[in-house]
Ligand binder design. Structure first.
Ligand SMILES: [Zn+2]
Length: 137
């Protein structure tokens, strides 16, 4: 637990939140700055900074909770799609240093993630980066 962490304070009830559900290890509440209505955050009750820090048993509980809530919010707001987003470190857009999953209901033309700036890669480049990745497994 981090004493100055806003998400730890939410879990402890020191900061109010619109809780949707919780499990033994996970806590889910509505984002107060939603991309679209129904935008949820799913966090571990215990403080972990990034996905790298979360023990597998906690991560299993989190992703199971994410799946359940994704389906629920998809139906609840009659969404046309769902994004599950989990950012790690500032370069990836992480603003709160308590690991969390966003569940974002999506609608055609809602203006979010309107482009995916992928760059074509050749087989040699793909194999080179694959070798780098697998050397760390
Ligand atoms: Zn925290």
């Amino acid at each position: 637990m981090s004493s100055d962490c806003i998400f730890c304070k939410i879990v402890k009830g020191e900061i109010p939140s619109t809780k949707v559900m919780e499990t033994e290890k996970s806590y889910c509440f509505l984002d107060i700055n939603p991309i679209n209505p129904g935008h949820l955050l799913v966090i571990p009750k215990e403080h972990f900074t990034t996905i790298f820090d979360i023990p597998d048993d906690v991560l299993a509980d989190l992703i199971s909770t994410v799946k359940k809530l994704s389906e629920a919010v998809y139906k609840a707001v009659s969404a046309e799609g769902i994004n599950v987003v989990q950012n790690n470190y500032r370069a990836a857009g992480q603003l709160i240093d308590h690991a969390h999953f966003h569940i974002i209901p999506r609608f055609s033309n809602d203006g979010f993630l309107t482009s995916w700036p992928g760059k074509p890669a050749n087989a040699s480049d793909l194999n080179a980066v694959k070798d780098k990745i697998t050397s760390h497994l």
